[in-house]
Structures are given as C-alpha cells and as structure tokens.
Design a binder for this molecule. Structure first.
Ligand SMILES: Nc1ncnc2c1ncn2[C@@H]1O[C@H](COP(=O)(O)OP(=O)(O)OP(=O)(O)O)[C@@H](O)[C@H]1O
Ligand SMILES: [Mg+2]
Length: 425
C-alpha cells in the first residue's frame, strides 16, 4: 500500500451524524452527533474539574454539559437538510471543531511511522452550494495551519450520492440517500446527472415528528419534547407496512401482537401505546408516502405537512409526494435511452432506510427495499431492481475511502471539473 493509500481519511457530514475516520477502520467509521455545545463562561464546575475552557465542545462527551433545558439552547446542530448558511458563524465553528476532533484523534501518535498528512475526502449533500465547498476547504486549511502543518496533506470533496455509487461499484444507477434531514434522489451515469437531482425535504426527522405526535396523543407530552428520546423510541418501535390499510386492520384486530410497551433504558419510565399501538405503522409509511389518506386527519389537526422542495427552473416538488413518484420524476429528466438502465439499479442508502422487521410480524412489516419494489409495481413499472446498501448509514463514508484510493495523486482540484486534490503542502 502506498503512503497515499494508507493515509486516506473520509468525512461524511450528515444532518444528525458526522461519520469519519481513516481507511484502516474498514467498513465502519466512527460516528458522533453533528453538533456542538457553546458553554456559558461562568461554568465554575468545569474549572474545578480542571478541564480547559473551550468556546465550543464537540464529540462523544457533549452530553456531560447538558444539565438543564436551557443548555439545549446552547447546543447547535449546524446543518439543515445537509446545508449550512454562508454567514452562520456558529455552525461553521462547530463543523471546524468536529473536523479537527476527528483528524487529531486519528493522527498517528508515534513519530516512528512515516506520515505526511492525511488525504482527506469529504462528502457533502448533492445540493450543497459552491460556497460550502470553499468553506470546507478553508476549514481544513486552517486546521492544518493551527495544528502545526503536518496533519493534512490534501483535500477533496465529493457529493454524497456519488460516494454511495462508488462504494457499490455502480456506474449507472439511481442513488436514494435518505438521512435525518433530507433525501437526495440522484441519477448517476458515470458522473452525477446534475439536472436530474432532486433534494427532497424529507428525512428521519419527519419520522420523528410523526412519532412525537403519536406520543403526545397517547399522553406522553414530556417525552415527546425530547428529540433524543423520540429518535430512540422511533428506531425501536417504528414499522414500515407492506400495505398500510391491511397492516392497520390486522393490528386493530390483534392488538396484543402489535402492542408497544417500551421501557426507557435505565429508568422506571414505560411507554404503553395500548390499543393505539397500530399507529407504529404510520411512522415508516410517512417516510415513503406522506400523501396517504390516513395522514389527512393529522394535517387537519395542525400537524405540519412536509415542506415543498423548490429546485432551479421554478419547479416545485410537493412535500407530500410519494418516494416512488419522486424517483420517477427524477429519472424522467434523463435521456430516454438511459431511463430503463437507471431503473435496473436503484440503491437505497442512509439511516432512514433501516426499518427493521421484528420476528413474528413478517406478514405485515417489510424492509425499505421491498417497500420501494412494491410501490413501483403498483405504478405498473415491473423489472425495477432495488438494492439496499450493505451498511446504509456508513455507505457514504465507505465511498469516500474508495474514491480516495482511485483518485490519482497528481490530479489537482479544478473548480470546473470539481475533481482532484487540493494540496496543502
Ligand atoms: N433502525 C432504524 N429505523 C429507522 N430509522 C433509523 C434507524 N436507524 C437510524 N435511523 C434514522 O436514520 C437517521 C440518521 O441517518 P443518517 O446517519 O444517514 O443521517 P445523516 O447523514 O445524519 O443526515 P443527512 O444525510 O440527511 O444529512 C436518523 O433519523 C435515525 O433515526
Ligand atoms: Mg447523510
């Protein structure tokens, strides 16, 4: 392995999770919340405990600072739908410190090892504007200077869906990357087909919103306010129905089989949805088809409808569009000759596709892959091939590593080609 190959380091900036680490981690990167805490200066305790005072705290230890509800206000999640506003200083500060946290943590500690700095491959959302690329380059440059000029050798940036395609060795495909904040629908034929990208405003955070509503309706108002709890609860009990109407009917007929009784780990708190346990099917369905009839009563009660997506060319994608309809819409923007080829390889990636099928519920609950296939069949499109990424939450990171291996060392970053290494030394 060349020195360059051994020094590849990947970064996937997600709305809820930052995945990072060097090539030798193999299939699984390190993962922390993409957030930072800005301590108020008067925290006497941190001084007593001998910790150095920092403007922003990131990484695994952030929870130690969250003492009160007020502290949550000092907690910044820098990204919305994968994007950071240009002038959002605090958000960029968080990104910088998270980036530094990862790189320093994984830099070789001994001087015996030959190391000339990491070859960093960062992945951003497909819809990330150009200034985000510039900022990400700047952030790395600054970190390298501040850390003595030996941490980073070169940097490159790729769109997340392209990373997914690369990690699956797919040349012609449609990547559906669904994370916490957004779902990017990206047809790829050698490169990203830019005019066909649809960055849908929908992600795991919307499944969280449905989950919170269900909790509120069942009388767990306080728990519904705690985002972290809602996420955990959703991942534990949320289900994706093969057919929503049939699933709900069955669950109402056999309430005990579908009953949600959830004990909050390490506490005495228990959530029991009792006769309303059928609602767990709404959580998964909402991600795939928020336009389903069943949700209209939610919207009437003031539950916010998923937001429309505006894309260039004055096109509006309605927020409640079904996932399959939006894939069809995206593919239809590609040359007709290419379209059948694209339908032969649809790759699902991102944590928002990790719906589980609990034992004993296989007759009604399904995985994301099967769901999409069924939805296509309903639209009369047969022969569509759908596959799920091997590790849905890690596939972008895995792709950054593979991309770094393939990108020759002497290709220099160009703003026209959006490809190549930006050398820092
Ligand atoms: N088993 C599961 N069932 C349902 N949802 C899950 C499961 N595991 C993780 N998720 C959801 O996946 C989302 C996180 O996925 P991911 O890490 O891909 O997002 P991200 O990269 O942070 O966000 P984005 O790509 O939108 O910027 C969260 O909403 C999380 O709750
Ligand atoms: Mg992501």
């Amino acid at each position: 392995m060349s020195l360059k190959s051994a020094s590849i380091y990947g970064e996937d900036y997600g709305t809820s999770k930052f995945k990072f680490g060097p090539i030798f981690l193999g299939d699984a990167p390190e993962m922390v919340d993409n957030r930072g805490y800005f301590p108020t200066p008067s925290k006497v305790l941190s001084r007593v405990s001998g910790e150095e005072e920092r403007e922003v705290v990131v990484g695994h230890g952030v929870w130690r600072y969250l003492e009160s509800k007020e502290d949550l206000l000092n907690l910044i999640y820098p990204m919305r739908n994968g994007v950071i506003r240009r002038g959002d200083e605090k958000a960029w500060k968080v990104v910088k410190e998270l980036t530094r946290y990862g790189l320093k943590k994984h830099a070789p500690k001994t001087s015996q090892q030959i190391f000339r700095g990491f070859y960093v491959v960062a992945a951003l959302a497909a819809q990330a504007p150009k200034y985000m690329y510039e900022k990400i380059f700047d952030v790395h440059q600054e970190i390298d200077e501040e850390e003595g000029g030996a941490l980073i050798n070169s940097v490159t940036i790729i769109p997340q869906p392209l990373a997914v395609a690369i990690s699956h060795k797919a040349v012609t495909c449609v990547v559906i990357e669904s994370g916490h904040g957004n779902t990017q629908i990206t047809p790829i034929s050698r490169g990203v087909i830019e005019r066909a990208i649809i960055p849908l405003n929908r992600g795991g955070s919307d499944a969280n919103a449905v989950t919170a509503q269900i909790l509120r309706d069942a009388g767990y108002e306080d728990l519904a306010k705690e985002e972290k709890f809602v996420t955990r609860f959703k991942e534990a009990i949320g289900l994706l129905p093969m057919d929503l109407d049939r699933a709900v009917k069955k669950a109402k007929m056999e309430p005990e089989r579908f009953r949600v009784k959830y004990r909050v780990e390490g506490t005495t708190i228990e959530v029991d949805l009792e006769k309303d346990s059928w609602q767990r099917f709404l959580i998964g369905e909402y991600v795939f088809d928020p336009g389903h009839e069943v949700f209209s009563s939610y919207y009437r009660r003031g539950f916010p409808k998923p937001r429309d997506t505006y894309i260039t060319g004055e096109e509006t994608i309605p927020g409640a569009v079904s996932l399959v309809d939006v894939i069809i819409r995206s593919v239809s923007k590609c040359p007709v000759e290419l379209q059948p080829e694209l339908y032969k390889d649809i790759i699902l990636s991102g944590g928002n596709f990790m719906w589980k099928v609990p034992r004993g519920l296989e007759d009604v609950a399904i995985d994301s892959e099967t769901k999409i296939k069924k939805m296509f069949e309903k639209r009369g499109l047969v022969g569509v091939r759908v596959r799920a990424a091997k590790n849905p939450q890690y596939s972008v990171w895995r792709g950054t590593i593979v991309y770094g291996l393939y990108l020759p060392e002497d290709v220099v970053w160009g703003w026209g080609s959006m490809e190549g290494w930006l050398r820092l030394h």
